[in-house]
Every structure is written in C-alpha cells, then in structure tokens.
Design a protein around this ligand. Structure first.
Ligand code: ADE
Ligand code: ZN
Length: 333
C-alpha cells in the first residue's frame, strides 16, 4: 500500500490499543520455542509450515489454527513472555495504553488455571509500566461457542480478583451465537464492577451490535463494521459516542472486507462514529497496530483523529486520558 501518512509519523503519535488478543500475538518462532520448552508437540513441521497455513478463508478457519497454537502456553512465564514480546512491539508503535483480551476458557481446556494466565499477563503489564510508562490492563473474554455455563464458571472463579481486570468481552465464532445468550453472565460482570465490551458485527449482523448494547450493556463494540448495514444504528453509535474497535488487516485477512482499499473506516469516520484502529491478532494478520494505520493510507488529520479516538475510547482514568491527549497534542504541534 502506498500513499498516506508514513509508518514513522504514525509511530510518533501517542495512541491506545483496545482490541488485541494476547494469544493472537504468538509469533511462529515463539510458538516453536515454547513448544520445545514445554515438551508440547505442535502439529506443524516447522515455522515456515505454520506460517504457510495463514491463508484464511473466514473467521473459523483462523480460529482453528489460533486455538491449536495456544496449546504451547503452559506456565506463568509463558504468558509473561508472550505479553512482553507484544508490549515491546506496541511500545515501538507509539502505544501508551493497552487493553488486552485473553481467553481463559481455552487455557482451562488445556489444563491451565485462570490465575496462572492472569498472573503471567499482569507480570508483563507491570513490567511495561516501569519500562515504558505504559498503562493498561486485561479484558477477560468469554468464548461464545463454548457452553454459557463455562463462561459463568470462569467469571465466578475470578470474582475474588475482579480488581485485576478491566472488564469482560465476548469473542470467537460469532454467527449463530447471539449476544443475548450471555445476558446473565454480563449482568454478573456488571455486579462485579467490570467494564463490558463485545465482538459484534464482524461476521455477524448489525442486529448483534444493537443486542450487545441493549441486552449486554456494553460500552464499546469490537469490530462492529457491519453496523453500516443499518443507518439508524450508525446514527445511534455516533450520537451516543459508542466507540468501535476496528481491525483493518484482520478484516481483510478474514475476508470480512474485500480489500484494504475497500475498508469502511472512512465511512465510519465520515458518519461521526468514534472509530479506532487496532491489530486484533497481529501475529496472524500481517501487522501490528502501526501497520494497520499505515495500510489505510490515511491523511495526517485522519491518523491524528484515530489516535485521539483511541485515547478517548479507552477505559483509562480521566487523568491518564488527559495526559495522553496532551502528549498527542504535543506530538502534532
Ligand atoms: N478471537 C481472536 N480474534 C478474534 C476475532 N477477530 N473475532 C472473534 N474472535 C476472535
Ligand atoms: Zn478480536
């Protein structure tokens, strides 16, 4: 992709990343290193063989590979190493605040308890605060194609340490798993003082976006690009300033949009929606957050608006948001 603001200028903009699955930052080399460290057999011959399978036809074709690779994550240190590698990369892209998704039900299925996962990820986040001055936290995602009872159970298992989380989200296979299935689980999350977000309108219909807002009480929508099929919903998102965490390279790789040139980010911005740009699963989709901005061939003003939106849409404290907005202002003067 040529044209638009360059990667160096993008990296110089202070920004937040709000849609990032930490398991989706597992690069093939690290997957093989962890497999060896833990004596886990990966069903791929080599790093090259694994990378050659990154030719996805839809969300499910990606999820099958993504869940298979998670088997290499076994210890607190594995989770810390995984997140630390991502945080170093994000820091280089000008990310000052990150809200990181993780999928505890999948790790539980691999015999890893949720405390091991949270402790490891928190180790890396604590280190990034000291090393880079980066703020952020964790959003526990419910896997929508696993039984709702297991979502309820995992939430109860972390109730005593809800303070170690920012909030809850909903991910994995979308079509056929409408948000209302998780109404009770989200009500409990709210009771625990957790912020709420959900993937909706990635492959699923605009109605799932509306349902996430009205039934789950989410404050932010992950992806949400299919909202454009419902003009009244687009108007509502803009009016109520409900942010969308959009992931352009993911949308192209998973064929939610035909090509990066056809990506609807401008249509969302033009409609006044608080859209943000994020990397989703950067190890699998060909780029980290800076690459996602760069792929869109943005004007300088569009890139600054997206960076500002990312800060405003974050769950950082008002004081931290003000600090980051001032840093963004200083970087663009
Ligand atoms: N889990 C990881 N990436 C995802 C995506 N793009 N959509 C739904 N679930 C996911
Ligand atoms: Zn996602």
């Amino acid at each position: 992709m040529t044209g638009g603001i360059g990667l160096d200028a993008i990296r110089a903009l202070p920004k937040a990343e709000l849609h990032l699955h930490v398991e989706g930052t597992l690069e093939p080399q690290l997957a093989f290193a962890l497999a060896q460290r833990n004596g886990v057999a990966l069903p791929f011959a080599s790093v090259e063989d694994l990378r050659a399978r990154y030719d996805f036809t839809d969300l499910q074709s990606f999820l099958d590979l993504y869940y298979a690779c998670m088997a290499v994550l076994r210890t607190r240190k594995d989770f810390a190493d995984l997140a630390a590698a991502y945080l170093a990369r994000a820091h280089a892209d000008g990310v000052r605040h990150v809200e990181m998704f993780f999928d505890p039900q999948v790790h539980l299925g691999n015999g890893i308890d949720v405390d091991t996962v949270i402790d490891g990820l928190r180790d890396a986040l604590d280190d990034a605060r000291v090393r880079y001055g980066m703020t952020g936290g964790l959003i526990l995602c419910f896997v929508r194609d696993l039984p709702v009872d297991s979502a309820r159970a995992v939430l109860e298992s972390v109730a005593h340490r809800a303070g170690d989380l920012i909030g809850v989200g909903l991910d994995s296979a979308e079509v056929g798993y409408p948000p209302h299935l998780f109404a009770e689980v989200y009500a409990r999350a709210a009771e625990l003082g957790l912020r709420r977000v959900a993937h909706a309108g990635e492959e699923g219909p605009a109605a799932y976006v509306t349902e996430s807002l009205d039934v789950l009480g989410v404050e932010r929508i992950d992806h949400g690009i299919r909202c454009l099929e419902d003009p009244a919903l687009v108007e509502r998102l803009a009016r109520e300033r409900i942010p969308l965490t959009v992931c352009p390279l993911s949308n192209v790789r998973l064929r939610a949009v035909d090509a990066i040139e056809a990506h609807p980010i401008r249509a969302l911005l033009d409609a006044g929606v608080v859209a943000t740009v994020n990397s989703d699963d950067p190890a699998y989709f060909g780029g980290y957050v800076g690459d996602n901005y760069a792929a869109l061939a943005l004007t300088d003003a569009e890139a600054v608006l997206l960076a500002r939106n990312s800060i405003e849409a974050s769950f950082a404290s008002d004081a931290r948001k003000a600090e980051l907005l001032a840093a963004l202002e200083a970087a663009t003067r």
